[in-house]
Write a protein that binds this ligand. Structure first.
Ligand SMILES: *Cc1c(COP(=O)(O)O)cnc(C)c1O
Length: 372
């Protein structure tokens, strides 16, 4: 193998060239994003067609940035659904915005690492601030914990891992998770990832308004306890993906507290309706949940991917996830410092890009207007 010469120049571009390729990229993007109505909504192709355009061995020689950009514009980007198109309604598309995209660019260009405070106090404070806004919006008490993650799926996984670690410790075949037939597939996938077998996830029927039936939940919990199983977590919906259904959050939270079951609310789709008066009343009880999943890349118009998990109990995330390896011995958080790596699975974090992207979009002028 030919080693790359120990010459940093290969990785560094001269400022003039940085500007030139940067402007060329922005020009190409603006061109692609302008006049959406005149563009096709869908761009589909068969695997052979894509293979023909993009297949082949890695180039022997560098091909240069301009060539790479042309490939993207001609052979890659036309072949995708155009989620920004005003006529695109399929699934639950995100609709990123330009300020959010520039936030991602800034985070990538600066190569931010939000894993620990010592290395990243500025970006960490931005992430803390954004999470604190979310905390206040959903009605959690001051000091509640949170972390930005790569999306709703990652947030649900993190919530289940946190609950299992704090309430149960090691995984057992007796731990049970409950959700409704309207719950997002990521709940079952999170359970599988963490070692729950399919029979450890009870999918309960919903009522005529697609809400988890409390009587069905109570019956399942009673019967599971009678068989020696350990009810661990209920994943409720606050804006189910199929129908927008919102489970009876106050009743569920009260029931779970009485039963010592972790009450998680998956509000990836619907959570940010709390920014409106009407939405806030629909989401009554969200603040009682032990943890809440939110997806800024849905109703906050962040580019993919940006999710968030909030956990009501102060310090719960750290208690679940903090591990201090020798190579990070110097980074241990002091006093009010927060090391985001200690709050979840990701080390430098998805979160760095998102922490910049979120506020880029959330200047007050960009906030969804509240009903008054
Ligand atoms: C979209 C969605 C998810 C998954 O979120 P991703 O960001 O796509 O990983 C989870 N739950 C609900 C209710 C959703 O709508």
């Amino acid at each position: 193998m030919n080693a790359v010469p120990m010459n940093g120049d290969r990785l560094v571009m001269a400022p003039g060239e940085m500007r030139r390729v940067g402007y060329a990229t922005v020009d190409a993007l603006v061109e692609l994003l302008a006049d959406q109505r005149d563009r096709p909504v869908l761009g589909r192709a068969a695997p052979e067609q894509m293979q023909q355009r993009l297949g082949g061995p890695p180039p022997e020689e560098p091909e240069g940035f301009d060539r790479a950009l042309r490939y993207l514009v001609d052979d890659v980007l036309p072949f995708r659904s155009n989620l920004q198109h005003p006529g695109y309604f399929a699934y639950i598309p995100g609709s990123g915005t330009w300020p959010g995209a520039l936030g991602d660019l800034i985070a990538s260009a600066m190569n931010l690492d939000c894993g620990n405070w010592m290395e990243s106090s500025g970006p960490s404070q931005v992430e803390l601030q954004v999470l604190d806004w979310f905390r206040a919006w959903i009605g959690y008490p001051e000091g509640a914990g949170g972390v930005l993650v790569s999306g709703g799926s990652a947030a649900n996984l993190t919530a289940l891992a946190c609950a299992r670690e704090l309430r149960l410790g090691p995984m057992t075949e007796r731990a049970m998770v409950y959700c409704s037939d309207q719950s997002h597939s990521s709940v079952a996938r999170a359970a599988r990832t963490l070692g729950f077998r399919p029979e450890q996830v009870r999918v309960l029927p919903s009522d005529e308004r697609y809400r988890l039936r409390l009587d069905a939940l109570a019956a399942a919990v009673d019967s599971d306890r009678a068989s020696g199983l350990v009810p661990l977590l209920v994943s409720a919906n606050a804006g189910a993906t199929n129908t927008g259904a919102i489970d009876s959050l106050p009743e569920l939270a009260t029931y779970c507290a009485a039963q010592n079951i972790w009450c998680h609310v998956d509000a990836a789709y619907g959570g940010f309706v709390v920014l409106t008066e009407e939405g806030r009343s629909l989401m009554r009880g969200l603040e009682l949940a032990d943890s809440v999943t939110l997806d800024p890349h849905k109703w906050l118009y962040q580019p993919f991917e940006c999710g968030a998990l909030l956990v009501r109990e102060r310090g719960a995330l750290e208690r679940a996830f903090s591990v201090n390896p020798d190579y990070l011995a110097d980074t241990e958080a002091q006093h009010a410092e927060v090391n985001f790596a200690a709050r979840g699975l990701q080390l430098p974090g998805q979160s760095s890009a998102e922490a910049v992207a979120v506020p880029a979009n959330l200047r007050p002028c960009c906030l969804p207007r509240r009903h008054s």
